[in-house]
Design a protein around this ligand. Structure first.
Ligand SMILES: Cc1ncc(COP(=O)(O)O)c(C=O)c1O
Length: 371
């Protein structure tokens, strides 16, 4: 049996009849850039996030870059984030003139540790960028008061977490609902994936939404008049049409991922070498990734690969140890939880179309390796 890490062909087969006419409609209209499908998608994603404004852009990276640009960081301004994330989180801070300041993660959720954030704030701190890693929201109920109390801006990196929720003060809050701006990615492998690159910013502030709309169009609301220097970060109508066709399926796909996660957790229980992901009762995880902590991780990965099972390491090198951030002078050992996670994590197939036989095959392969 073969179990790929992700099977987008299986997803495509199940929605072909809905998505192809939507794509054909864009082709027939010949409105390829920022057509009506883009506005429709902006409204639909904003509604999902319970945020009034959605601003589509070319990638999840740009969805972080543009709000960071709007902060007008000066040399030496610091932005606190996690070292255990995809590179774009910190790369965009650097590319907008800020200094990424890394702090350690919580060992159970892999998300940024709010106590460590508080301890890292200096007079130069301007913003916090928590990441909802693997599809589970970070502790916003602790981070938002810290940001508000210290006059800092909070940008949610929700690239992996569309549709995730967290119970905050007795209310379920969506990923993207509470941040100053929240960034989503539509990279094809995401729970809501385009047929190419795409991204979305959501915000509650009307004036900020206008500014972000300008920044993605070379800084001008009116063609050939530029209020500030922005960039080209438009979303293609074709991508918007694909995403709109997929969006009605998102909740069921994420529920299926949760079902697979629960099955893995049940059948892997009792193996001391394997720790399934922890999901707090205050979190509705969307399992963009199903990520275990395991002993002898690299050997397990080789074993699974030999059995035709796709798996991956997200992420093998924490960002404070990346060569490109050598000038920031972080040391190995400085963030022990992030560094330990980088040596212990392994992500398994969890896509919605997995069959019970495939799940059992993966589980038996893991059990066979440790017993
Ligand atoms: C946590 C995180 N932030 C940002 C991004 C950037 O998104 P994109 O690949 O769409 O530019 C990703 C994408 O993988 C991500 O996982």
């Amino acid at each position: 049996m073969k179990v790929p890490l992700l099977d987008l062909v299986a997803q495509y087969r199940s929605i072909k009849a809905e998505v192809l006419p939507a794509v054909q409609a864009v082709i027939d209209s010949q409105q390829f850039v920022m057509g009506p499908a883009v506005q429709e998608l902006e409204a639909a994603v904003a509604q999902l996030c319970r945020a009034p404004h959605g601003i589509a852009c070319a990638s999840g990276t740009d969805a972080l870059l543009l709000p960071l640009k709007a902060l007008e960081l000066r040399p030496g301004d610091e932005v606190i984030t996690t070292p255990f994330t995809f590179f774009a989180t910190a790369g965009t801070i650097h590319n907008t003139g800020g200094t990424p300041v890394f702090v350690d993660i919580e060992p159970d959720t892999f998300n940024i540790d709010p106590a460590a954030v508080e301890a890292a704030i200096t007079p130069r701190t301007r913003a916090l960028v928590p990441v909802h890693l693997y599809g589970q929201m970070a502790a916003l109920e602790r981070l938002l008061p810290v940001a508000a109390g210290r006059g800092l801006t909070l940008i949610e990196d929700a690239a992996q977490a569309i549709g995730a929720r967290r119970l905050i003060d007795g209310q379920w809050r969506m990923a993207g609902e509470l941040g100053w701006v929240s960034a989503f990615s539509f990279f094809p492998s995401k729970n809501l994936g385009a047929w190419g690159d795409g991204g979305m910013m959501v915000t509650s502030e009307a004036a900020l939404a206008e500014r972000l709309r300008k920044l993605r169009l070379h800084g001008g609301a009116k063609q050939y008049y530029h209020d500030e220097v922005g960039t080209n970060s438009r979303l293609d109508s074709l991508q918007a049409a694909v995403l709109l066709a997929k969006l009605p399926h998102l909740a069921a796909w994420s529920a299926k991922r949760r079902e697979h996660a629960a099955y893995y957790a049940k059948r892997l229980a009792g193996l001391p070498a394997v720790r399934p992901p922890a999901v707090g009762p205050c979190n509705e995880h969307i399992f963009h990734q199903y990520t275990l902590r395991v002993e002898r991780r690299d050997e397990l990965q080789a074993h699974l690969k030999a059995k035709g099972i796709g798996c991956a390491i997200y992420y093998p090198v924490p960002l404070h140890l990346q060569n490109c951030f050598g000038h920031l002078r972080y040391r190995r050992g400085q963030f022990p939880e992030a560094e330990r996670a980088a040596t212990e994590v392994i992500s398994l197939p969890v896509y919605p179309e997995l069959t019970r036989d495939q799940l059992d095959y993966v589980i038996d392969a893991i059990r066979g390796f440790y017993t």
